[in-house]
Ligand binder design. Sequence first.
Ligand SMILES: Cc1cc2nc3c(=O)[nH]c(=O)nc-3n(C[C@H](O)[C@H](O)[C@H](O)COP(=O)(O)OP(=O)(O)OC[C@H]3O[C@@H](n4cnc5c(N)ncnc54)[C@H](O)[C@@H]3O)c2cc1C
Length: 283
Amino acid sequence: MKILKNVSLKKYNTIKIGGPAKIIYFPENHNEIKSIKNILQKKKTLILGNGSNIAFRDVGYKHDLVCFKKLKKSLSLIGTNNIYASAGVSCAKLAKFAHRHNIPGFEFLYGIPGTVGGALRMNAGAFGSEIWDNVQYVTILNKNFDLVKLDKSKFKFSYRKVSMKNTSAFIDVYFKTFKNRKFQKNLLEEFSNKRIKTQPINQWSSGCVFKNPKKNISASSLIDKSHLSSTRYGGIYISNKHCNYFINDGSGSCNDLEKLIKIIQMDIYQQHKVKLEKEICIY
Ligand SMILES: Cc1cc2nc3c(=O)[nH]c(=O)nc-3n(C[C@H](O)[C@H](O)[C@H](O)COP(=O)(O)OP(=O)(O)OC[C@H]3O[C@@H](n4cnc5c(N)ncnc54)[C@H](O)[C@@H]3O)c2cc1C
């Protein structure tokens, strides 16, 4: 198993900020996961996917990190239209795989730059769909560090949130497909074009920094109408394409990011009495 010590965490998140990692383990299969059971058992051990919703503090992460990006990537059809995916598969690959097999309901995942495991943890979603909509059951690593298959009914999930009661990590997932949903050949491309038009997809960010406060009120529109869209702190600034994306200009630090988050939260509260909750995970 690949193990890295004292590497910069900037390489392991899409906003490219953070100090050094003490140690990162990259298990490639179930046996290797089991072999680091004692590491995974530690309270402060953190699982890392593609780092597209994570920022690390400038002092670095002093505890163990286990990255699932190198987990053997398996993606297969079960029967004619159900899908199996391991946690390390990228959301884009899953979306394309479903599309190739004319299976509807996964198009929204195209353009989410995370792993399937990270998407399950965050209940990632877009264009009115969320990943847990499609789940049938998942294999998890439970708190006793056994691999257990659990039905979707064992989880409570809501907007960007999943109950993790007895779950340390998602290992793989079985998706069911909707019989009543019609496959639309152009939908994947449509969603992809929408993203390109409205989101700064090629810049260093973590996607949306805040959760939308209500279904019909987006954090982005609140920031925009509060005249905060050109706010910057140090090397982190608000994207002029999408106000909920904070961009690192290359010189940004986690301190800059956290300061900018505070400024926006305080201003939005003062102007609208709305408390913006972070979507981004900061460690
Ligand atoms: C340009 C851009 C666009 C984005 N668009 C969207 C969007 O449309 N919708 C959306 O919801 N998000 C979006 N995001 C955010 C992000 O891509 C998603 O939240 C994604 O699901 C995170 O996956 P990851 O593998 O990168 O997870 P990471 O960022 O590595 O981790 C996120 C969290 O999940 C945990 N985690 C990771 N893997 C596992 C696992 N196997 N088991 C248990 N916990 C795990 C981590 O500990 C952490 O708490 C976007 C981000 C960017 C940069």
